[in-house]
Ligand binder design. Structure first.
Ligand code: UDP
Length: 194
């Protein structure tokens, strides 16, 4: 079936390649999309924290981030084809954005990591439009940042605040945006820029 439930979390049954194509379709249609790349830690957290579980319920797609989820799916007899991790999805989305000249907003990590990430992204993917960027240490009650993102109306927003902050931030703010693929990608900027 299209979803595989593991401890109540519905994982999309997809290959990474098909998932990227799905997200590109949402961008083409300017449809707002909330992606969670969930590892076992996220699944366990959702069992303990009802508020977090409700945030996951707002996600458009939850992907299997890590071999632990893929193995769990095999054990319950509903195999998933492969892992679809945040870092790999980010790289493939940058490639897609490069090809389609899509706009990207980078949110998260320390300021120097963020700047190095934006610089490398522009170098490696010259076709992307950088719609803006902001480091991951800001006042969540200040409406300036979400307003900036709303005005920029990017196709992709990479949210590298770490778990569970990135899902909490997207969940709390996504209603005010008109479009964009919002995806939590953990420490990916540190890896990408490092
Ligand atoms: N981070 C952030 N804002 C915060 C806390 C963390 O932007 O308030 C960034 C951090 O700089 C790193 C990423 O989130 O780039 C992942 O952080 P961490 O390793 O603490 O999270 P985890 O790996 O546990 O998800």
């Amino acid at each position: 079936s299209k979803f595989v439930h593991i401890l109540g979390v519905p994982f999309i049954n997809t290959t990474q390649k098909d998932f990227i194509a799905t997200l590109e379709t949402h961008v083409a249609k300017q449809e707002k999309t909330f992606v969670v790349t969930a590892n076992p830690e996220i699944v366990m957290h959702s069992l303990k924290d009802e508020t977090y579980k409700q945030i996951l319920a707002k996600a458009t797609y939850i992907t299997a981030d890590g071999i632990g989820i893929v193995k769990a799916a095999a054990i319950i007899g509903e195999p998933l084809p492969e892992r679809v991790s945040g870092y790999d999805v980010m790289l493939d989305l940058l490639e897609a954005a490069n090809k389609n000249h899509s706009s990207v907003f980078f949110l998260g990590a320390a300021e120097e990591v963020l700047q190095a990430t934006v610089k490398k992204a522009k170098q490696d993917y010259p076709g992307i439009k950088v719609a803006g960027s902001h480091n991951g240490f800001f006042d969540w009650n200040d409406h300036q940042l979400p307003q900036q993102i709303k005005n920029a109306a990017p196709d992709f927003v990479f949210v590298a605040l770490g778990f569970p902050r990135q899902e909490q931030w997207i969940g709390a703010n996504i209603d005010q945006f008109d479009k964009g693929v919002f995806i939590g990608i953990g420490g990916s900027f540190d890896v990408f820029s490092g």
